[in-house]
Ligand binder design. Structure first.
Ligand code: ARG
Ligand code: GLU
Length: 729
């Protein structure tokens, strides 16, 4: 195991193209030339790697923008017009909406630039260049360092590399580990902070199908919204100012009017957030059998209670719609992930790979001597032991976080107030007052959408689960003690008493307390039964779970790094891409249907007729705007139809994950053909185990976007700004 890591990655380049799985992988744009260019061209791409990523000339990467550091977006005009998903721009759209001007419900289109709406805090980040800094970051780092020593040495190097990197005043530097810490890349970024809302369709288009259709194919959602980046007169980042001007990009994406066909090459360019492709089988088994079921169970309970309350009362439905969607999104994803791992035998596949790995490792180790635990053939046993030991801690973490950190709403508020109390005690009145002010802002939004009676039911239900399922007695005891102290007969009674007594369940009462002298207010808060309970639970968790969990996690991370290195070295004829980590990546595949189950075959494209098939008048998920129905009746599709039909969404074998929302789908020539926004249900396990037979990403067809902007919204001035092309003609 002595070849330096970097040279190995390089050797791979010439060997593996034949064994690449079409579709799998989230590749580094700066390594496409070495690793993927040939493969991509074989699949139909007409571009070079230099057209996609170049530091010398404008390339596709200059049109790809990290949207608010969570989603992806892309520039589609010479005047900084920015396309992303409706669900990525959702909170901005919501923040501009009132009952009179309800942009969520009715959509919004700025008539001209002066009508575009500012969004304080919203960021748009471009990547200027990416450098390999592995050598400098790992300087002086040796194999016999402990994980702590290793990290300390790396931290010093990271600072040194950052401070020695030459950047211009408006640029920032960020360094991230890849391949589990075997390689480090430095990103020079430029972040724009004046990003204005230009237009959005109504929710009945942008969120059509809502939670029922979420993660599902066939899909009919026009999940897009449009923003614009503004810059100062020198085209540089500047906070909002009236005389800022539209940003002039180095490159923007032309939009293809020729559409797609099954088998066409496609690529998705964006900022995928997180994947775990190199977990050992024990970890995957644990996710499938233990951790996902626990998280699903908690959310199942919460969603049932909240869902029932929403169905019973329209005001509740409005208050809880967005929260419900957020909880339901990953609940649904985890269910899909578990099923997908089971149907594709994800664990079995890992085990077969591990058997191969072990054989190769043993062969490699013949006649070599290793220090304890350093031989690659021992890694899997070490993993098994560590993951077994970690299981109850990870389970406790998931129950604790899901129950107290997420699904019982008032517990989050309790946590913030404990911070407020601590702040007063530690830093005095000014700190207290300033934090209280911030908290107050948050609380205005919180209480607007909060019903204590709903939360109380969730509390009673989940607290019981907490006591019964928590693998450590200490936290359950905390709960039981507090139940005893308050004289509660059962969980319902406990909930009723706490919600009755606590200040946090009534905005009015809390605000009265906020108005009192700090001393008095803090004393009242410190005596609040829900704050006391939450603090006691967090304390027990912090003592019982956190230290051991993070110790085990450090060991697992270190082992994972060595395992990754060994995999790459032992399988020189295979390609390995680094796990997603929120950095810029390219995925590529083909437009392709799939067979979700026996005798069922999905076509890759949906049409407007499918929207009409799903139409349920006045339904909160499947209503359709009258104007859209009218356009459909008249077949008034302009230049955007495909043989007389209006395409809506399509799927392909591009490997994507959360964070890829809003990523452009790009054709063989570098034109925009669609906008990524989701994955199919059967393939959500692609974060852990990509399977080319059923993993598909879902995109809105660019022609549907143009049609909505032009024909539905009448915003043809935006179309005029774009560059529409016919690459196939
Ligand atoms: N499933 C997509 C993603 O993970 C879309 C989520 C937004 N839509 C929704 N109905 N919750 O983010
Ligand atoms: N909807 C996801 C997002 O917001 C993308 C879908 C996925 O996870 O693949 O990033």
């Amino acid at each position: 195991m002595n070849l330096p890591f970097k040279s190995l990655v390089f050797v791979l380049a010439f060997l593996f193209t034949s064994t690449v799985f079409a579709g799998e992988g989230m590749w580094l744009p700066q390594l496409l030339k070495a690793l993927n260019e040939g493969d991509m061209q074989t699949m139909g791409m007409k571009l070079t790697a230099e057209d996609i990523y170049s530091v010398n000339k404008g390339s596709l990467k200059d049109a790809i923008v990290h949207f608010n550091r969570g989603c992806t977006s892309e520039i589609i005009s010479a005047k900084g017009l920015l396309l992303t998903n409706h669900h990525c721009g959702y909170s901005q759209i919501q923040s501009h909406s009132t009952l009179e001007k309800n942009y969520l419900k009715d959509g919004f289109w700025a008539k001209d630039r002066s009508g575009e709406l500012a969004n304080p805090g919203l960021t748009a980040t471009l990547i200027a260049r990416i450098d390999d800094v592995t050598k400098a970051v790992l300087k002086g780092v040796t194999d016999d360092m402990s994980p702590k020593e290793r990290q300390a040495a790396i931290d010093i190097n990271l600072e040194a590399v950052k401070s020695h990197t030459n950047v211009e005043a408006h640029q920032e530097v960020m360094i991230r580990p890849f391949y589990k810490g075997n390689q480090y890349f430095l990103f020079v970024t430029v972040t724009y902070t004046d990003v204005r809302l230009v237009g959005t369709p109504p929710e009945s288009i942008g969120k059509f199908g809502s939670d029922t259709d979420n993660w599902v194919w066939p899909r009919h959602t026009g999940d897009f919204s449009i923003f614009r980046i503004y810059a100062n007169k020198d085209n540089m980042p500047a906070d909002y100012a009236e005389d800022n001007v539209p940003y002039t990009p180095k490159h923007f994406l032309p939009i293809s009017l020729d559409g797609i066909e099954e088998g066409d090459f496609s690529m998705v360019f964006g900022f995928p957030g997180r994947t775990d492709q190199y977990l050992p089988s024990f970890a995957v088994e644990q996710i499938v059998d233990v951790l996902n079921p626990a998280r699903i169970e908690v959310r199942d309970h919460a969603l049932k209670i909240v869902g029932a309350a929403m169905r019973a009362d329209e005001a509740t439905r409005l208050q809880y719609a967005s929260k419900f969607a957020r909880i339901a999104n990953y609940w649904k994803k985890w269910i899909g992930e578990k099923q997908g791992l089971e149907t594709t035998d994800g664990v079995g596949r890992k085990k077969r790979f591990e058997a191969e790995y072990l054989a190769k490792a043993k062969e490699f180790e013949k006649n070599k001597r290793y220090k304890e635990n350093m031989a690659p053939s021992t890694y899997l046993d070490q993993f098994e032991k560590l993951y077994k030991e970690r299981e109850s801690y990870a389970l406790a973490r998931d129950y604790h976080n899901e129950i107290t950190g997420r699904n019982i709403e008032v517990m989050q508020v309790a946590g913030y107030h404990q911070r407020l109390i601590d702040m007063y005690k530690e830093s005095g009145e000014p700190a207290y007052t300033s934090f209280k002010g911030r908290l107050n802002g948050f609380l205005q939004g919180f209480y607007k959408n909060y019903q204590p009676s709903v939360d109380q039911k969730v509390f009673a239900d989940l607290i019981q689960m907490y006591v019964e399922k928590m693998p450590f007695d200490e936290m359950a005891s905390v709960m039981k003690n507090q139940m005893g102290a308050i004289g509660a007969k059962d969980y319902n009674d406990f909930a009723a008493k706490l919600y009755e007594k606590s200040l946090l369940t009534s905005q009015d009462m809390l605000m009265v307390t906020y108005g009192e002298e700090p001393d008095k207010a803090v004393a009242k808060l410190a005596d609040d039964p829900i704050i006391k309970l939450n603090t006691a639970l967090n304390k027990a968790y912090g003592e019982q779970v956190t230290p051991k969990l993070s110790e085990l996690q450090d060991q697992i991370n270190e082992l994972q790094r060595k395992y990754m290195k060994a995999i790459i070295e032992l399988f020189p004829d295979r390609s390995f891409y680094p796990d997603a980590n929120g950095t810029m990546r390219v995925s590529y595949g083909k437009i392709n249907g799939y067979q979700p189950r026996d005798a069922v075959s999905y076509l890759p494209v949906t049409y407007l007729s499918g929207v009409v098939e799903k139409y349920v008048p006045d339904d909160y998920e499947f209503d359709v705007p009258a104007k859209l129905l009218e356009l459909y009746e008249k077949k008034d599709y302009g230049d955007y139809a495909d043989n007389g039909k209006m395409p809506v969404c399509f799927i392909g074998s591009n490997h994507t994950t959360g964070g890829n929302s809003g990523s452009p789908a790009i054709d063989a020539h570098g034109n925009l053909i669609g906008l990524n926004f989701d994955r199919v249900w059967e393939g959500t396990m692609s974060d852990i185990n990509y399977d080319k037979s059923i993993c598909r990403n879902i995109m809105v067809d660019a022609r549907y976007i143009l049609f909505i902007i032009d024909k539905f919204a009448g915003a043809d001035h935006l179309i005029k700004e774009m560059k529409l092309v016919h690459p196939k003609k």
